[in-house]
Design a binder for this molecule. Structure first.
Ligand code: ADP
Length: 431
């Protein structure tokens, strides 16, 4: 069997024999058959040759001086580098050859002299083939082991990735669950809010309807009260005029009380009508110069200003969009109160306005009697008064009208005050 490429030897064979003739014979035969034989004549040389360049096979003579074949073989089998080299013993015909010992020390085969070349070649060839197959098997084994370990590594990586993936999946599931729960809560919140909003809308509508009804009622009631009231007052006055001489002083005082009561009721009705008119007005808004509105107000209050020697000042006021007659009424109620609720000194009233982000902040300050903190909210409610008629006349409707006008213009109104230190009424109007 010669599968070697041309120019390369079939195998590197070490021939060990102390008989030069044998060496020559074997060397010639092997060279002739395409092998590359090396020849040595004793055991020591054989070990050295194997160590420097291990052959593919060794033909080893048994009977040699100093170191016999068994010993050489034992040495070779004890070294890792040479352990795998197949050794075929060569025994002379007359030698006492111990086959059992030969195999025990590691030989793969034996040949008896005289050689039959074909037998020698056949044995060499079969052992070389075996050796090659062993080598191949070993290499394949190595490759297989590499393959297995790389597969194991891949499997391990895959397993790790799988674990990470499973963790990722369970985290995602947890997140999804949390999201779903939050979503549910959010949906509940939304439907709660929607319910609350629709309830609010309903109650707002209800409030607007009942406000409108109230305004209508206040208007109708006050309007219808005026005629009988005028009748009572005029008949009382007629009574006094016609029967003055027949009545005693007490009766005349009673009639005076009736007339006074009618006058008071008339002013209450007037203010109530005014109050109900604010919400019912459909006059379109226009640009109003507040300086003009104040001038008109001051003119309307001329009598009170003269009587009390009041000083009304104002700095440059802006123009706003609104209902001029309602704005005049607003200024008039506030400046009128500032004059009415005065102390001994002549009233000093100042009107100012400053620009805020989206609106104007107006302030009307006075040097009057001031208002205690606990009353500062309720004075804006209808009929809320802090004084008797004897102390200060009034109906308790003026500030409620102011609040309604400001709200109708999209603003709000409040007061800052201290008893004895004067008051400042603030209100906002859209720019
Ligand atoms: P009226 O003046 O007719 O009583 P208002 O609604 O105008 O009604 O005012 C309500 C109450 O607020 C008044 O009775 C008064 O006690 C108090 N008030 C209003 N303006 C002032 C002010 N500038 N200084 C002190 N008190 C005031």
């Amino acid at each position: 069997m010669n599968n070697q490429p041309p120019g390369t030897a079939l195998g590197n064979i070490l021939v060990v024999d102390d008989t030069p003739e044998n060496l020559r014979l074997l060397s010639t035969m092997l060279t002739h058959r395409g092998y590359a034989p090396r020849c040595v004549i004793n055991g020591q040389m054989a070990l050295r040759a194997c160590n420097s360049n291990p052959p593919d096979l060794i033909l080893l003579d048994i009977m040699m001086p100093e170191m016999n074949g068994y010993e050489v073989c034992q040495h070779l089998k004890s070294e890792g580098k040479t352990r795998e080299i197949p050794v075929i013993f060569i025994s002379a015909k007359d030698e006492v050859f111990d086959k059992v010992n030969a195999f025990a020390v590691g030989a793969v085969d034996y040949i008896s002299k005289p050689f039959q070349f074909e037998e020698v070649l056949a044995r060499i060839e079969s052992h070389l083939t075996l050796r090659n197959l062993q080598k191949q098997l070993k290499e394949q084994n190595l490759l297989l082991q590499e393959e297995i370990s790389s597969r194991l590594a891949v499997e391990k990586t895959l397993h790790e990735k799988n674990l990470i993936l499973q963790e990722e999946i369970s985290t995602r599931r947890a997140v999804e669950k949390a999201l779903q729960e939050q979503n549910l809560l959010l949906q509940q919140e939304i439907s709660n809010r929607q319910r609350a909003e629709s309830a609010l809308l309903k109650s707002n509508q209800e409030l607007a309807r009942s406000n409108a009804e109230l305004e209508q009622f206040a208007y109708v009631a006050s309007h219808d009260l005026q005629a009988p009231l005028a009748t009572i007052a005029s008949y009382a006055q007629l009574l006094e005029k016609r029967y003055k001489d027949q009545l005693d002083s007490q009766a005349i005082k009673f009639i005076g009380n009736i007339v006074h009561g009618c006058t008071r009721m008339q002013s209450l009705i007037d203010d109530l009508l005014e109050y109900s008119r604010v919400g019912r007005s459909h006059k379109p808004f226009e640009l109003v110069d507040c300086n003009d509105a104040i001038q008109q107000t001051v003119a309307n209050l001329q009598g009170a200003i003269r009587d009390t020697e009041a000083v009304v000042t104002y700095s440059n006021l802006p123009a706003v969009v609104g209902d001029i007659s309602q704005l005049v009424q607003l200024f008039q109620n506030l400046i009128g109160n500032a004059i009415k609720y005065r102390r001994d000194a002549p009233p000093a009233v100042h009107i100012a306005a400053c620009k805020q982000e989206e609106n104007w902040l107006f302030s009307i300050s006075d040097n009057g009697i001031g208002i205690a903190l606990q009353h500062q909210e309720r004075i804006f409610q209808i009929f809320q008064r802090l004084h008797t008629q004897r102390e200060y006349s009034g109906t308790g409707i003026g500030l409620a009208i102011c609040q309604k006008i400001v709200q109708r213009h999209g603003g709000c109104i409040w007061v800052e005050s201290e008893p004895g230190q004067g008051s400042t009424f603030h209100f906002t109007l859209a720019d």
